[in-house]
Design a protein around this ligand. Structure first.
Ligand code: NAD
Length: 321
């Protein structure tokens, strides 16, 4: 029997993990807390830990895990920017992730944000709820006439391009590693061309040192006036303060965020008061042309099923050699 400590769990994680199949007998114990330095002691007596996007697996946490005899971290997500991979390698800790789970789920969320922002669905709904059928300020544009840029043409970026193709929009994309499937749907262009020409820009690249604050005041300055920015990838791809300034100046016309740099704190509410009241986040929320969701891009039935099954398969593969 292998004992797995599953961190950052919500009731739905438990439901899907309990339903997944695995030949090895495993005991899954669920912790609603985040794995971080302060909580790592909970792992005593376990064989592996499972983490999610907001757990903080830095060198000190990894060292504690090793001291407790744990050499496996199974991530229930695709991104791995919250794990110090260099330290993990040095300490001999194996890290597995779920590299692919229904890329359509995130891609469709990005497209949903584009449409909701364009057609001002939130504002319209709030108005109609008050029996106000005035259309003033609700005018949108046809997606067919828009030029849309996708940054990162891996699994999710490609799924986004496939979905967007249906609108008949002009599609551009950028990726240091182009692929044929995306090239068949969109034109690869240099980043500055994409910034200069797109009406809508959607981020689908991972967060790495080279992509940290990829969208900042310099890149925003190159964009079209009134550009729509969508980030369903990782919060720190976008400098939120610069985005706020861009909103204030009217340079950014619409902003759709499913991810936010401080979302770990917001998700777990340990710092939410501070963040909501005097941080950039609270100010961004005050704009009617900003739409924010709480990292729910992946949150479909199909994706949760795949995440649970792959996570347990990863544990199984590790312990069965
Ligand atoms: P992927 O690895 O299949 O594709 C990422 C692509 O980005 C690759 O083609 C890579 O070459 C490209 N890339 C790397 N550096 C780049 C750069 N500087 N500029 C442009 N492109 C660059 O990953 P994926 O499955 O498509 O996921 C993309 C990201 O989506 C993940 O890294 C993760 O952060 C995010 N994500 C978000 C959610 C959510 O719920 N919102 C869920 C899953 C994944």
């Amino acid at each position: 029997m292998k004992k797995i400590a599953v961190f950052s769990t919500k009731p739905y994680d438990k439901a899907f993990l309990d339903r997944a199949n695995t030949p090895t007998r495993m005991q899954l114990d669920y912790f609603e807390t985040r794995l971080k330095r302060e909580s790592v002691k909970l792992v005593e007596g376990y064989d592996a830990v499972s983490c999610f996007v907001n757990d903080i697996v830095d060198e000190s946490v990894l060292q504690c895990l090793v001291d407790m005899g744990i050499s496996l971290i199974v991530l229930r997500c695709a991104g791995f920017n919250n794990v110090d991979l260099a330290a993990a390698q040095r300490l001999g800790v194996q890290v597995s992730r779920v590299p692919s789970y229904s890329p359509e789920s995130v891609a469709e969320h990005a497209v949903a944000m584009m449409l909701a922002l364009n057609r001002k669905i939130n504002k319209a709904y709030n108005r109609v709820k008050e029996h106000n059928f005035d259309l003033d300020g609700l005018m949108g544009f046809n997606m067919q006439q828009a030029t849309i840029g996708v940054i990162g043409t891996g699994k999710i970026g490609l799924a986004a391009l496939r979905a967007l193709r249906g609108f008949g929009s002009t599609l551009l994309c950028h990726d240091p590693y182009p692929n044929d499937e995306a090239a068949a749907l969109a034109d690869y262009v240099p980043l500055d061309t994409l910034f200069r020409t797109c009406d809508i820009i959607s981020l689908h690249c991972p967060l790495m040192e080279s992509t940290y604050h990829l969208i900042d005041k310099t890149s925003i300055a190159q964009m079209k006036d009134g550009v729509m920015l969508i980030n369903t990838s990782r919060g720190a791809l976008l400098n939120a303060q610069d985005a706020l300034d861009g909103m204030k100046q009217g340079k950014i016309g619409y902003l759709g965020l499913d991810v936010y740099e401080l979302e770990g704190e917001l998700f777990f509410r340990d710092l939410s008061d501070r963040v909501m009241h005097d941080d950039v986040f609270g100010l961004l929320l005050s704009y009617h042309n900003v739409l924010v969701t709480g990292h729910q891009g992946y949150f479909t039935r199909e994706a949760l099923t795949e995440i649970a099954q792959t996570t347990l398969n990863n544990v199984e593969a590790h312990f069965s050699g």
